[in-house]
Design a protein around this ligand. Structure first.
Ligand code: ADP
Length: 322
């Protein structure tokens, strides 16, 4: 019966995602900061920080076209470039946002697939795109009727989508009574962790190696003290101060904005309905799974939740075909 209810809840959410569009997720009024591609990377950091954001669409004004999405991954790439070519710090200082693709090439990372979705397409499609490309945010791109030019309407994130699901699907999420343990939601083996004394650079290397966006910071007994996130890199290199990456995680975490929402933990016995309750009420970007002693057990990312909601119990063919 538990299984049946669980599937009923998941199906309800999937139906919801098929009848709503990406446009529906956007707040009634919002502000979109778009950065010109010719801006110095160094200066882009300050603009993000001043606006309290962690990403922005890029605009190529020569071509009058959308030029991709700037995210913390781009800054991590610049840091990797700096590590591989330490003699070129002067040059790094002069890099513009338009150089980001060259930086990817120089350090040998494959460029992130630049997917965008039309705002009026079903939200379900945006979710599938996200899971397929592992993008955490997708620009909504429309074409202007009069000029025929591309316009970036907004950007939707995994976070916003899950929030939107949680807020509008209470009647479905209350059916999700299986626990984290029973559903196997999250990652529990081969966890990347660091200590307060590790350098920021150590943690960045871990994020690159594991292709993850957060590293739990633990003490000697594996008790969770904090979480270092990819977005925490941004204040660390403010103004192009790459040498500060040698400082400790502990020092870096002090640079967080005052409105930092905090870290969220849960236990393996928590049920999915409770997790959706947390998503509904809080600014949660991942859940750290701990035991009664606050020792680290696992990590549940937003992509883990999204994947479960969209794909659990779907037939194999469906997954490949869709
Ligand atoms: P998201 O895509 O939501 O930003 P992540 O990139 O952090 O999330 O997570 C990608 C995958 O890696 C998820 O399946 C998650 O459970 C797992 N994961 C996240 N953080 C860690 C970590 N520190 N160690 C090992 N696996 C992790």
């Amino acid at each position: 019966a538990l299984d049946k209810e669980q599937m009923q809840g998941l199906r309800g959410i999937r139906e919801f995602l098929k009848v709503r569009t990406s446009y529906d997720v956007l707040p009634l009024s919002f502000r979109l900061v778009v950065l010109d591609n010719s801006l110095l990377i160094r200066k882009s950091l300050n603009i993000l920080i001043q606006n309290g954001i962690v990403s922005a669409p890029l605009w190529d004004s020569a071509k009058s076209a959308f030029a991709g999405l700037l995210t913390s991954t781009d800054y991590i790439n610049v840091i990797q470039y700096y590590c591989q070519f330490p003699d070129e710090i002067d040059q790094v200082d002069q890099f513009r946002l338009s150089s980001l693709r060259d930086i990817e090439r120089a350090i040998g990372v494959s460029p992130l697939e630049t997917v965008s979705v039309h705002p009026m397409r079903p939200l379900y499609e945006a979710c599938r795109q996200m899971l397929k490309t592992r993008a955490r945010r997708i620009p909504l791109v429309d074409v202007d009727d009069e000029t025929g030019r591309e316009m970036v309407v907004s950007v939707i994130t995994q976070y916003r989508i899950l929030k939107f699901i949680a807020v509008n699907n209470e009647k479905h999420t209350i059916l999700l009574k299986k626990s984290v343990r029973e559903t196997g939601l999250g990652t529990y083996t081969n966890l990347a962790t660091a200590s307060m004394n590790n350098s920021v650079l150590d943690v960045i290397h871990l994020m690159v190696k594991y292709n993850i966006s957060a590293v739990p910071i633990v003490d000697r007994e594996n008790k969770v003290l904090n979480v270092f996130e990819a977005v925490d890199v941004i204040p660390c290199i403010r103004g192009g101060a790459y040498d500060e990456l040698a400082s400790s995680v502990g020092d870096a975490l002090l640079k967080r904005a005052e409105d930092f929402p905090g870290i969220y933990t849960c236990s393996e016995d928590d049920r999915l309905d409770a997790i959706f309750e947390t998503v509904r009420k809080s600014r949660v970007h991942r859940l750290i799974v701990v035991d009664d002693n606050n020792q680290l057990k696992g990590i549940i990312s937003l992509s883990d939740i999204l994947k479960y909601v969209l794909l659990f119990g779907e037939e194999e063919d469906n997954i490949r075909g869709g």
